[in-house]
Design a protein around this ligand. Structure first.
Ligand SMILES: Cc1cc2nc3c(=O)[nH]c(=O)nc-3n(C[C@H](O)[C@H](O)[C@H](O)COP(=O)(O)OP(=O)(O)OC[C@H]3O[C@@H](n4cnc5c(N)ncnc54)[C@H](O)[C@@H]3O)c2cc1C
Length: 349
């Protein structure tokens, strides 16, 4: 069986940034990526998506996000091109079409099983497989029996096929508000959530919000549960989404109390027929290959501190939401956590 030093599971921004930091420390990572290219989940995000941070605050370690005005908000496809170029410039062994199905401990570290039957052993493992493969589907009253269309934001690409429909978008985060406003240009849309929408201004005193997050240290502060508890992170907005909601496109209501057949019942007791329910209800860590190892809790979340496994020496996590701070799960912040994981792995025998 082939033995590698460090196996990095996932070839998105988290896996690539970790590979960069491992190589810098003289290690030889092998990046195992399930899909056919190393650009993470970005190619699957909805068509109109642009970054919420300007290019100047959106780079991975070792390669600036160049190619134009540093204050522009790059489109999804530009991010895909940036990650593809980043992967190409890494002196790393990146193996696409390599989906890890299981990780087991062994004397030399870990044995990794791959879909299709291959196996390899590794001294250490970095889990950098993101969350996009595990959309969170909440239990809502009557949802399972709803005869209309139910989809998660992960499956949404654009509004064209929804023209003329009556749609409920569930939740009030960035994706929910952006998708609901886009759909409202072709359909009748309600944004339904338990909490009101909170907004944060994209620009404050003439500077982008990310300038201030960096300048104040909030971006990397270990605020943990302080900010993540409901009502959650605000929608970053220059005014466009606030105006759309004020104009009723979409309108915003408390979450429905029941779904019966095609009808949703609102908190005021009125009911109406709905065609589509779109759940913009977030994601969870996608780590099924670690279940057998016992590295996860009952909800499938990793047991870790600052990205180091609490159950086994050797596995590291990179790219988790709030792994160490607000920016952990972002282009601008993942490099900091990747460096920490690489430092730890470089010092382990
Ligand atoms: C809609 C949306 C918009 C966002 N917008 C921004 C933004 O504007 N700015 C920002 O900084 N962040 C943004 N984020 C957050 C974050 O930066 C992205 O989610 C980013 O894609 C996370 O990168 P990642 O590498 O951790 O995970 P992913 O991009 O999901 O990459 C994980 C990779 O692991 C692979 N993989 C999964 N399982 C396995 C396995 N078992 N074996 C091998 N490979 C596997 C997948 O194929 C994938 O390529 C956004 C997120 C979403 C969902």
């Amino acid at each position: 069986m082939e033995h590698v030093d460090v196996a990095v599971i996932g070839g998105g921004q988290s896996g690539l940034a970790t590979a960069y930091e491992l190589i810098r420390r003289g290690l030889k990572p092998v990046v195992l990526e399930a899909s056919d290219r190393a650009a993470g989940s970005w190619p699957c995000y909805y068509d109109s998506l642009t970054l919420f941070s300007p290019a100047r605050y959106s780079s991975l370690p070792g390669m600036p996000f160049d190619g134009g005005d540093p204050d522009r908000y790059p489109h999804r496809d530009e991010v895909v091109a940036y990650l593809t170029s980043y992967a190409a410039h890494l002196d790393a062994d990146i193996r696409t079409g390599s989906s890890v199905t299981e990780v087991h401990p062994d004397a030399a570290g870990f044995i990794l099983s791959l879909a299709g039957g291959g196996r390899l052993s590794a001294r250490a493992v970095v889990a950098a497989s993101g969350t996009f493969g595990r959309p969170h589907l909440p239990a809502l009253p009557g949802l399972e029996q709803f005869p209309g269309t139910v989809l998660h934001a992960a499956d949404y690409r654009g509004p064209a096929s929804f023209a003329g429909q009556r749609i409920i978008v569930v939740e009030a985060g960035n994706s929910a508000v952006q998708i609901a406003a886009e759909l409202a240009t072709v359909a009748q849309v309600t944004l339904a959530s338990r909490h009101p929408v909170k907004f944060a201004r994209q620009h404050v005193l003439g500077r982008d919000l990310h300038f201030w997050l960096k300048a104040t240290g909030l971006d990397t502060a270990p605020l943990g549960d302080l900010l993540r508890t409901p009502p959650g992170q605000p929608v970053i907005d220059e005014g466009r989404y606030r105006a759309a909601l004020a104009a009723g496109m979409p309108d915003r209501r408390e979450l429905f109390t029941a779904l019966e057949d095609r009808k949703a019942t609102w908190t005021d007791g009125t009911a109406e027929e709905i065609d589509v329910i779109l759940l913009a209800t977030g994601y969870r860590p996608d780590l099924p290959y670690l279940t057998g190892l016992g590295a996860l809790d009952a909800t499938g979340r990793p047991r870790h501190r600052d990205g180091a496994s609490l159950t086994h020496p050797g596995p590291a996590f990179v790219g988790l939401e709030w792994q160490r701070s607000l920016s952990s799960n972002s282009l601008r912040g993942v490099g900091r956590d990747a460096a920490r994981a690489a430092r730890r792995l470089a010092h382990r025998p």
